[in-house]
Design a protein around this ligand. Structure first.
Ligand SMILES: [Zn+2]
Ligand SMILES: [Zn+2]
Length: 149
């Protein structure tokens, strides 16, 4: 879709923040409970927008970005000054960047709503999932049947 969609976000630096944008609606937005997301973010879940790589770009202060390989196939991009985790590239989703939705500016239209939970098998025991009726997948949504957790 090539409407005039655009969403912008960035890191938490007060001066010279890393800024990014994507200019097409995400292919998908999901809640991720994998330990790779949660342990690195220090949260019980991640909200991920799966954004076409062609529509995503860093618009300011790219020099502050650092990449950590939390797995050999999982490349996570952080601001080196404030520590904010902005987006992740996963080898199996080569054509996409996985944007951490809370790093979008709060007034932004994300471009989609979460429509599934993934990696439910890794859910932290202190987290109770809401009865939202969304499909819950043990791993990636395309790697198994939904489970009624
Ligand atoms: Zn920063
Ligand atoms: Zn994850």
């Amino acid at each position: 879709m090539s409407d005039s969609f655009k969403a912008v976000g960035g890191c938490r630096c007060d001066t010279n923040p890393v800024r990014y944008e994507y200019t097409a609606r995400p292919a998908e937005v999901h809640y991720c409970l994998c330990t790779d997301c949660t342990d690195i973010c220090g949260g019980a879940m991640a909200i991920i927008a799966v954004v076409d790589k062609q529509s995503f770009r860093i618009t300011e202060n790219a020099d502050k970005l650092r990449t950590f390989h939390s797995k050999s196939t999982c490349h996570r991009h952080f601001c080196s000054a404030c520590g904010c985790h902005l987006y992740v590239h996963v080898d199996s989703f080569a054509d996409f960047e996985l944007v951490h939705v809370p790093t979008l500016d709060r007034d932004q239209d994300v471009g989609g709503k979460p429509d599934r939970w993934v990696f439910v098998r890794s859910k932290h025991p202190l987290l109770t999932l809401p009865e939202d009726g969304l499909p819950r997948h043990q791993g990636w949504a395309n790697s198994g049947e939904p489970v009624a957790a």
